[in-house]
Design a protein around this ligand. Structure first.
Ligand SMILES: *Cc1c(COP(=O)(O)O)cnc(C)c1O
Length: 382
């Protein structure tokens, strides 16, 4: 199996050298776009490319508005703030995620509450969410939701679309609605993914994208908040641009805010990359299909496919092995051969800063953590 995988990847990427987990792809159009921004002198947080990238993103995802930020973590932080999260509150999310999800919550002075994921999507489990809320939460007289054990207000739910596979948003939204909780999607990995034809990141009150160098398209560093609510988009924009009031020359700011706007230089790169999203999606789908065929006859390896009713962007391909030993053996053999395969993130609830955070039963997350291996997933090299 190891030799087959190594041989397959050497042929797919046509190289005997190292094969990275995920690499960006740039051509002359990207160079031209960035050079244009440099020549225009608009390289910082003001410029036509940021506005254009926002319009293009909104258009592409079917969201009414997009607000660009310096990175995905900053986008999540602003979105959660705008959704009403305050210091001392709690925000429900999944333990199987990149650390940014919990960090955005913690930077607001709030505490993450970790609820289990499901095997089918690798995303937050609607059943686990409902059970935990029924067991551990209560409605207050004001109609808000409170953790009965800690007495803290639960202010939002943040599902994450793991590796680009859309979480079960309809069911999650139904549970969250019943508890009057806003949903902010961490769609950092899921640009181009859809569920029932709708873009990941456009189901909840807001959704956040990332354009870090390892994501499906990149701006170097960058992120965006998607929302259909004009007032929330305006507030997100205001909060991410030092809360400066509109005026031709006066420096007047009406609240403590962030300098989180995406620079024009980065947006110039993003505008070009977004025009190539369909090309990247097609390449990634081809690779995922080839992986699926490769592993289908192999006992004890399960390739993780897009959930029913979804089209995944297959940002990072992943397989499930029978146990931790089989996982470690595959990691050892492939990395020794120059292939960058990786285990999934250490569960957020096991990181020192989040060990004391409230959590429900996490059997599925623990089971998946031991068995997932991510495979090289770059859109094919030119
Ligand atoms: C990439 C990513 C983010 C945001 O990361 P930035 O590097 O800040 O853009 C957030 N959540 C998840 C799950 C991610 O994969």
């Amino acid at each position: 199996m190891f030799d087959e995988l190594i041989g397959f990847l050497r042929q797919w990427y046509r190289t005997d050298g190292p094969i990275p987990l995920h690499e960006p792809r740039f051509g002359p159009a990207e160079e031209h776009g960035v050079a244009g921004a440099v020549r225009s002198t608009f390289v910082s947080s003001v410029g036509p490319e940021v506005d254009r990238f926002e319009a293009d993103l909104a258009n592409r995802t079917g969201s009414r508005r997009a607000v660009c930020t310096v990175n995905g973590t900053a986008g999540l932080e602003v979105a959660l703030r705008v959704a009403g999260v305050e210091p001392g509150q709690e925000v429900i999310t999944q333990p199987l995620s990149f650390v940014a999800t919990a960090n955005a919550i913690a930077h607001l002075g709030a505490t993450p509450v970790f609820i289990d994921v499901e095997a089918e999507t690798l995303g937050l489990s609607p059943g686990a969410l409902e059970t935990w809320l029924d067991d551990s939460a209560e409605r207050t007289d004001e109609g808000t939701c409170r953790n009965r054990l800690t007495g803290k207000r639960i202010a939002a739910v943040v599902p994450m679309h793991t590796f680009g596979h859309p979480a079960r948003m309809n069911e999650l939204l139904a549970v969250a609605d019943r508890w009057n909780l806003p949903v902010v999607e961490d769609a950092a990995e899921a640009l181009g993914s859809t569920r029932q034809g709708l873009a990941a990141g456009t189901f909840g009150l807001m959704g956040c994208l990332s354009f870090n160098g390892n994501k499906i398209i990149t701006t170097g560093g960058g992120g965006a908040i998607l929302t259909d609510a004009e007032d929330l988009a305006d507030r997100a924009r205001h909060l991410s641009t030092t809360a400066r009031k509109k005026h031709a020359w006066l420096y007047e700011h009406d609240q403590v805010a962030w300098n989180y706007r995406m620079p024009n230089l980065n947006a110039a790169l993003g505008c070009v990359q977004l025009t190539r999203l369909d090309e990247f999606l097609a390449d990634k789908r081809q690779l995922a299909e080839a992986y699926g065929k490769l592993f289908a006859p192999i006992d004890g390896v399960e390739f993780i496919s897009e959930p029913p009713g979804c089209r995944s962007n297959y940002w990072l391909n992943a397989i499930l092995l029978p146990d931790r030993n089989a996982r470690d053996e595959l990691l050892r053999r492939t990395n020794r051969a120059g292939l960058a395969t990786r285990p999934v993130w250490t569960l957020l609830c096991d990181l020192p800063m989040y060990r004391a955070a409230p959590a429900g039963p996490l059997d599925q997350a623990r089971n998946l953590e031991e068995r997932i291996v991510n495979l090289p997933s770059s859109a094919r090299m030119p």
